[in-house]
Design a protein around this ligand. Structure first.
Ligand code: C2E
Ligand code: MG
Ligand code: MG
Length: 730
């Protein structure tokens, strides 16, 4: 048998090295010596032997040299020299077991670490007994397998990591998420995941080339690792998609902040091989177990959230909610309906007056499209314009808006200007300048009365045609405005090359600017300074309160648009007001900015003592809400409001009138990244399960079932408004 031949070879080799257990110095000594030399010089390995207690008695000097040049290994326990690897708990366990059982072991992969020198060995050994059967110790040999081992590690590294960025790859992330979620389910812990998609990466890749695209992805990876703080939690799924996992994280306030930081860091300019690139990022967030206990469901839901973030205008984050599942269906239906919206006369333009900040005189208006759906009523352009852009319906709708706007404005009294929003998709269409010329010619509107609003996205769209289009439009004599400045990349670079007539400062900037400690005010000052230096006008968008108006006036903003002056008006109303001589509007509204209230009409739960009431939510802000449905609730009453999907908020009644109460939350709600609000944390489905309640993941609405399960011992404190109506009418 080859095995026993090998072993007898070891026996002879070890015996020759001097002090091994079986000191057989018989015939063939010379031959053995030769064997050993050949064996060692061919770097096949070396031999060793131990005493019965495992102390090293002999070792080939070449091996000893390789393991540790400075230390004498003889006399040390063999398990202190060879170990499994630094991470195993008892690193020499297998070797120890083999020694104690006196069994033969073959090709055991073991490591030696002496100071800097780390080596891997394939170690084999066999117990030796004398003629009377007494145990003498072990004979063995070892070969250096360090290079093979490194190659294996490298292959493993390649199999687990993305070759370009060095981040975890999809396979590894899948595996990691599976294992984490399985363990966490058992331990009842939460784990969030973020899917990150780069906005406009494709254009960079297409226009600047793949080498730059690759360089950019590497930098994106590095930025993500810096923000997340742990390389092993960041993955490149492929293309321009990345993923982050965040164990033990379910605080939506903290997650929203992190997502916001990711978006803003990834949106800062990059320099790759001398080229400057600007991209953006959208983030979708799913949190286990709320949004799925298993990977498949969690990933699908995070993906839906990402999709929602992209369609809400990109450069945003979005948490998964059950509503998104419905929204996907809804989008499909809306897209179909939008096809016929023009023909069916469902689109209409409203006009929002633009007012001089110093004189309150109206100088023009912005056309804002409105869609009244036959069944669903009014649909926001923020919802349907992106659908139109994606389905290429935007060209037709855009053309209709431009022609319609020009025709109506041509009939306005005086020389009020008309501003029209132009989507990037529309702007890069080569036929666009011609279409503008036609709309002007047909309507007879003087070109200097038309202002086209484009966003920064246009400059990221494609190559050189943007500058050309810009120049052609300027040649027609129309004015150009840069819309939503401050929301996207806010790069000042193109302000130099593209001679805009106006910069519109986005409403999110105006809104934040009056909050203490906000940097928005300083940024507005800088924008206004720059605009003045370049001879451009500025419009502050979305001015709603007097303190905001005061602030933008102080900063020297030239024009103002916002509800404080007027909402967008149907053309008939607009014309009616425009007919006054010297049309001016007195601002009217709140003195100060309050937490934004979102109007709604939605059923939620209100838990008081051991009763669960269903009430109507009428409006919502971060700090409080208006609820309707319970009669004569005293001020100071505390409720737990149930917004559904495990979102509970403790609220105290601050105002109460008949069936309506204004409540204040104990903990403020946080942004859901998409214009809505959500609670910071949710009750865990684990807790619900423990209480014998159904998982809200299976029921979309509030936990009305909680109400049924409540063990009621008190009489309900409040009468429902509907019950009183019933009593009165009887
Ligand atoms: P935008 O161009 O920045 O338009 C300003 C938006 O702010 C309008 O929303 C307007 O109604 C709203 N707004 C005006 N004053 C205030 C205020 O004081 N407070 C608040 N909270 N909002 C105010 P709207 O009409 O919903 O339009 C949203 C966006 O949809 C527009 O943003 C624009 O990007 C797009 N859009 C609207 N109409 C058109 C259009 O005809 N063509 C294209 N391509 N896009 C359009
Ligand atoms: Mg606009
Ligand atoms: Mg705007």
């Amino acid at each position: 048998m080859p095995q026993s031949r090998t072993q007898s070879l070891i026996g002879r080799l070890v015996a020759r090295s001097g002090s091994g257990p079986g000191k057989d110095k018989g015939a063939g000594e010379l031959e053995n010596d030769q064997f050993r030399k050949v064996f060692e010089s061919l770097a096949l390995g070396g031999v060793w032997s131990t005493s019965p207690d495992g102390t090293l008695l002999t070792i080939s000097s070449a091996i000893e040299e390789m393991i540790s040049p400075d230390q004498n290994l003889l006399g040390r326990h063999i398990c202190d020299i060879f170990c499994q690897d630094e991470n195993s708990e008892d690193s020499s366990r297998s070797l120890r077991i083999a020694l104690s059982r006196r069994t033969r072991f073959e090709r055991m992969a073991l490591q030696t670490r002496f100071e800097e020198a780390v080596k891997w060995w394939s170690v084999s050994g066999e117990a030796q007994f004398d003629a009377s059967g007494q145990f003498l110790g072990f004979y063995g040999f070892c070969t250096d397998i360090t290079n093979d081992r490194l190659a294996v590690e490298q292959t493993e590294q390649l199999a687990m990591h993305d070759a370009l960025t060095g981040l975890l790859n999809r396979r590894r992330m899948t595996d990691l998420l599976d294992r984490t979620l399985a363990a966490y389910q058992y331990q009842q812990r939460s784990c969030a995941t973020m899917l990150i998609d780069l906005d406009r990466f494709k254009q960079i890749n297409d226009t600047l080339g793949h080498a730059i695209g690759d360089g950019l992805l590497k930098q994106v990876g590095e930025r993500l690792v810096t923000i997340v703080g742990d390389r092993e939690k960041v993955c490149r799924l492929g293309g321009d998609e990345f993923q982050v996992i965040l164990p033990d994280c379910d605080d939506r306030g903290a997650l929203g902040d992190l997502a916001g930081r990711i978006i803003s860091m990834l949106s800062q300019p990059y320099t790759v091989e001398g080229s400057r690139c600007i991209i953006g990022a959208s983030v979708g967030i799913g949190i286990s177990p709320f949004d799925g206990a298993e990977r498949g469901e969690l990933m699908r839901n995070a993906d839906l959230a990402l999709y929602a973030a992209k369609h809400a205008g990109r450069g945003r984050f979005c948490f998964f909610t059950r509503d998104l599942l419905e929204a996907v269906e809804e989008r499909k239906v809306l897209e179909e309906d939008l096809h016929d919206a023009i023909e069916r006369g469902e689109l209409e333009l409203h006009f929002q007056p633009v007012v001089s900040a110093t004189t309150n005189r109206v100088v023009g208006a912005e056309a804002l499209v409105r869609w009244t759906h036959p069944e669903r009523g009014k649909i926001s352009p923020q919802l349907f314009i992106p659908i139109a852009e994606e389905s290429s319906l935007i060209s037709r709708i855009g053309e209709w808006i431009l022609r319609q706007g020009c025709e109506q404005a041509a009939r306005w009294p005086g020389s009020l200007r008309l501003a029209v929003n132009v989507s990037p998709v529309q702007f890069i269409d080569p036929g666009f300048p011609n279409m503008v010329a036609q709309a002007l010619a047909v309507s007879g509107l003087s070109p200097d009365r038309l202002e086209l609003e484009i966003t920064e996205g246009v400059f990221l769209a494609e190559g050189n045609s943007v500058d050309e289009t810009f120049a052609m439009l300027k040649n027609l004599g129309v004015r150009m405005a840069l819309d939503d400045f401050g929301t996207g990349y806010s790069s000042l670079a193109y302000l130099k090359s593209a001679p805009f007539d106006k910069i519109k400062i986005d409403q999110s900037f105006v809104r934040g600017a009056t909050v203490n400690g906000s940097r928005n005010r300083a940024i507005i000052t800088a924008i206004v300074g720059l605009a003045q230096a370049l001879d451009m006008e500025t419009t502050a968008e979305g001015v709603e309160t007097f303190d905001q108006l005061e602030m933008v006036r102080q900063q020297g903003v030239s024009l103002v648009q916002g509800y404080l002056y007027s909402p967008p008006l149907p053309n008939s109303q607009f014309v009616e007001q425009a007919n006054q001589a010297e049309w001016g509007i007195e601002p009217s509204g709140h003195a100060r900015q309050r937490h934004e209230r979102i109007k709604m009409y939605r059923k939620i739960g209100a838990i008081h003592e051991d009763h669960y009431y269903t009430v109507m939510l009428r409006n919502l802000s971060a700090s409080g809400a208006l609820i309707e449905g319970l009669l004569d609730v005293p001020v100071g009453t505390q409720f737990v409001l149930d917004f559904g999907e495990g979102q509970l908020a403790v609220a105290t009644v601050r105002r109460s009138r008949n069936a309506t109460q204004g409540v204040e939350f104990e903990k403020q709600l946080v942004s859901d990244g998409n214009g809505g609000l959500c609670t910071r944390s949710r009750i865990s489905p684990y807790l619900l399960a423990a209480a014998g309640l159904p998982d809200f993941a299976t029921s979309t609405g509030p936990l009305a079932t909680v109400g049924e399960k409540l063990h009621k011992v008190t009489i309900p404190a409040f009468l429902k408004a509907e019950d009183r109506r019933a009593i009165v009418s009887r």
